[in-house]
Design a protein around this ligand. Structure first.
Ligand code: SAH
Length: 300
C-alpha cells in the first residue's frame, strides 16, 4: 500500500479525502491531528474486564424496538459441524493469532483478552474455517469480508484509549458476519451493530446465536444514518470506508466519545475523531488500512 505525504490542512467537518494527507503507516503512531480548537479531551481509557462469552446472561432490557435482538434461549456453542472442531485446537491457534496482533503493536490487554475469547471460526463458512486465525480479511459473501484480526483489535484499542469514560454504549456500522460486534461486546456495556445487506444481517444473527451475547443488538438498516433511537454513543466504529464520516454519526457521538473510521477510496486511512465539546470534534489520522466501501441505502 502506498503512503500519502504532506501536512494536513486544518478543516471543519465534514472531512473529505482532501484533508487526509498526513503521514500514515500501518502500526505507526498518529503523526497528524486536525485541530479545531485548543481544547483537548481528557483521555481516560476505560478499563473493563472482558466478560467470558459463556458467562453472559441471556437477557437484556435495553433493546430498542427497531432492533433485532439475539435470541436469549439459544443452545451452547456447537462446533461439531465446523472444520476446526476441537475447542483446544481453536484455542491454541487463537492464542497465536493474539500474539501476532500484540507483535503488530496492539498493547491493550483488555482488547487482546477479548480477541482471545471470541472464536473467529464461528464467523466463517466451513470451507474457510481453517483459515480463521490467519491475519487476513476473508470473504463472507455479497462482496464483503470479515475484517483482518489486527485491524479489529486496533480499532477497539483506539476507541478505548480515547474515550473519556467507560465504553457504555457503542455503535458499529457494518455488522458483516458479526465478528467485530462480538469482540466489541466483550469490552462495552451495550453494543449496537447495523448492517445494510439483509442476508448478511441474518448471517450475523445465525453466527452469533450460539455465543449468547446478551449485550449485543443487531439492526438491519443504513448505518450512515446512525441509530438515533439509542444515541448518543460513547464509541462508534465504521467497518466500511467512506470519503467522509456522515454528519449523523458525528451528531450521535456523546461529548467525550470517540469514533474510528476508515476514510478514502483506494488509498484509505484510519481516522480517529473525538467529540470534545457540543460543537467541537477533533480528528487524527492513524494508519493506512483497507476496507470495503461504505454505501448508502439497504439491500433486501
Ligand atoms: N464488522 C465486520 C466487517 C464487515 S465488512 C467484521 O466483523 O469483520 C463491512 C460491512 O459493512 C459489509 O457487510 C457492508 O455491507 C457493510 N456496510 C457498508 N455500508 C453500510 C451502511 N451504510 N450501513 C450498514 N452497513 C454497511
Amino acid at each position: 500500500m502506498s503512503e500519502s505525504k504532506g501536512e494536513p490542512p486544518k478543516k471543519r467537518f465534514p472531512l473529505t479525502l482532501d484533508s487526509i494527507t498526513g503521514k500514515a503507516g500501518r502500526n505507526r503512531a498518529a503523526t497528524s491531528a486536525h485541530t479545531y480548537s485548543t481544547q483537548t479531551a481528557t483521555q481516560n481509557a476505560s478499563r473493563h474486564l472482558p466478560r467470558a462469552i459463556s458467562a453472559v446472561p441471556a437477557s437484556s432490557s435495553n433493546s430498542p424496538s427497531a432492533s433485532t435482538s439475539l435470541p436469549g434461549s439459544a443452545s451452547a456453542p456447537v462446533m461439531a459441524s465446523r472444520t476446526m472442531n476441537s475447542p483446544l485446537v481453536s484455542e491454541s491457534v487463537r492464542k497465536s493469532m493474539v500474539k501476532r496482533i500484540e507483535q503488530q503493536g496492539v498493547k491493550d490487554k483488555v482488547v487482546l483478552a477479548a480477541m482471545e475469547s471470541v472464536p473467529r471460526h464461528f464467523f466463517l463458512e466451513p470451507g474457510l474455517a481453517s483459515q480463521a486465525y490467519i491475519d487476513a480479511s476473508l470473504p463472507i459473501g455479497y462482496h464483503q469480508t470479515i475484517s483482518q484480526p489486527y485491524i479489529v483489535a486496533r480499532m477497539i484499542e483506539v476507541l478505548r484509549a480515547n474515550s473519556r469514560g467507560p465504553l457504555n454504549r457503542v455503535l458499529e456500522i457494518g455488522t458483516g458476519c458479526g465478528y467485530q460486534a462480538a469482540v466489541l461486546a466483550q469490552v462495552a456495556q451495550e453494543v449496537y451493530s447495523i448492517e445494510r445487506i439483509k442476508p448478511l444481517h441474518e448471517l450475523a444473527r445465525t453466527n452469533l446465536r450460539p455465543l449468547r451475547i446478551a449485550n449485543l443488538r443487531l439492526h438491519y438498516g443504513d448505518g450512515m444514518l446512525g441509530f438515533p433511537q439509542v444515541a448518543p454513543f460513547d464509541g462508534i466504529i465504521l467497518a466500511a470506508a467512506g470519503m467522509q464520516v456522515p454528519q449523523d454519526l458525528l451528531d450521535q457521538m456523546s461529548v467525550g466519545g470517540s469514533l474510528v473510521a476508515p476514510i478514502g477510496n483506494r488509498n484509505q486511512v484510519l481516522q480517529l475523531i473525538r467529540r470534545t465539546a457540543e460543537n467541537e470534534w477533533m480528528s487524527e489520522n492513524l494508519e493506512h488500512c483497507h476496507f470495503v466501501p461504505l454505501k448508502s441505502g439497504t439491500l433486501g
